[in-house]
Design a protein around this ligand. Sequence first.
Ligand SMILES: NC(=O)c1ccc[n+]([C@@H]2O[C@H](COP(=O)([O-])OP(=O)(O)OC[C@H]3O[C@@H](n4cnc5c(N)ncnc54)[C@H](OP(=O)(O)O)[C@@H]3O)[C@@H](O)[C@H]2O)c1
Length: 411
Amino acid sequence: MGQQFDILLWGASGFTGRLVAEYLARQAGPEVRWAIGGRNRDKLAEVRRKVTAVNPSLADLPILIGDSLDQASLEPLVAQARVVCTTVGPYTTFGTPMVAACAEQGVDYCDITGETGWMRANIDAYHAQAEQTGARIVHCCGFDSIPSDLGVFLLQETAAQKYGRFCHAITHYFIATKGGVSGGTTASMLLTLEQMKEKSARRLLADPYNLVPGHEHDWSEVDQQTAVYDEDIRRWTAPFIMAAINSRVVRRSHALQGWRYGRHFRYREVMRLNDGLRGRLRANGLVLGLGAAMGLGSLSPLRRLAQATILPNPGEGPSAEERQSGFFLTNMLGKVSNEPAPGETWLKATIRGINDPGYGETAKMLGESALCLAQEDLPARGGILTPATAMGIPLVERLRAAGMTFAVGSW
Ligand SMILES: NC(=O)c1ccc[n+]([C@@H]2O[C@H](COP(=O)([O-])OP(=O)(O)OC[C@H]3O[C@@H](n4cnc5c(N)ncnc54)[C@H](OP(=O)(O)O)[C@@H]3O)[C@@H](O)[C@H]2O)c1
């Protein structure tokens, strides 16, 4: 293949795409050959003007034009790239032709989807082909699901090194997040709510192993639905909305590694709240609020009204000030058995981002994923992979160097 570019940033004119373009303009060294692409040359020329202000060497940054819904228009673009990094979403609507083109041509791919129904369709349709061509197709390289997937991977590697065995259970506590949402994210969320009208889609989304086709399980690992007092940390916990995405990715990573943590390994994620009455009230309030939002969001006229009035339009999202004042902080509690001695040892992972999770830190996570696929010496393995199984520790190291915290210590 005559690959002219290390990275093609596809959808560079969108809200998140522009942030990733700025990230690459600052962080990609002169040795990285990259291009921006999408459907509108004028908008992309404006993006090039903006990134040239950040890095004057980008005045001639190449612009490639195609249509995400027309695979034939994408194929010649994909043939020029080693890695396609795409922010064109909702991915259920726009994403499949790009995945198909990359799987066919053996070109690496990363995105920031959280649409598990779409990911499952890609696993069914393209995993075997990507294994054959060597294409590393990596979904979920944003806030969903890099902190969860890489956090578990790092915690398990540390447990294995220190104690010679893996954690048999990990709970991921989301302690605090501050940030906003963009037009593309709300469109993707509303599309998921629309799909959930179908019983088969609801069942698939609820399945804890929906990204591991054919896996028989007893449904004991369903996501937390209620306020629960957690005896381990002596605090109240509430359901975390992204658990339905992140836990599926973690389980796919485990399956792709041949279930090396053991068939009984359990992973769950929740929001961590306070102890006492305050924590209990907040946890129950969050459960009620989440239920009400899902109920109202499932009503089509209300969804359309919200989209037309209060929700951001495509291309819009949180301001630079909002992104910079945002952050996220999570802890993981990993339990390692002391067998044959009684009891267990507890490990703690801390994962922290220094900008808002959905855009500032997501642009960093996606940009570093693209650079990692393009530049690092990674295991030669194709398929519909996960951040941990495609990139693992090299991506952890890159994100640490870019200011994120991935730390493991005693609990
Ligand atoms: N996982 C995470 O943490 C995370 C965080 C943020 C966003 N996201 C996801 O990222 C996606 C993008 O969000 P966003 O807010 O950045 O969206 P956006 O601002 O609406 O941008 C969408 C991009 O797609 C392009 N596009 C649309 N249709 C196209 C087509 N047929 N051919 C080529 N390009 C096309 C748009 O081009 P034009 O500019 O020409 O319209 C634009 O560049 C969403 O799916 C969102 O859920 C995920």
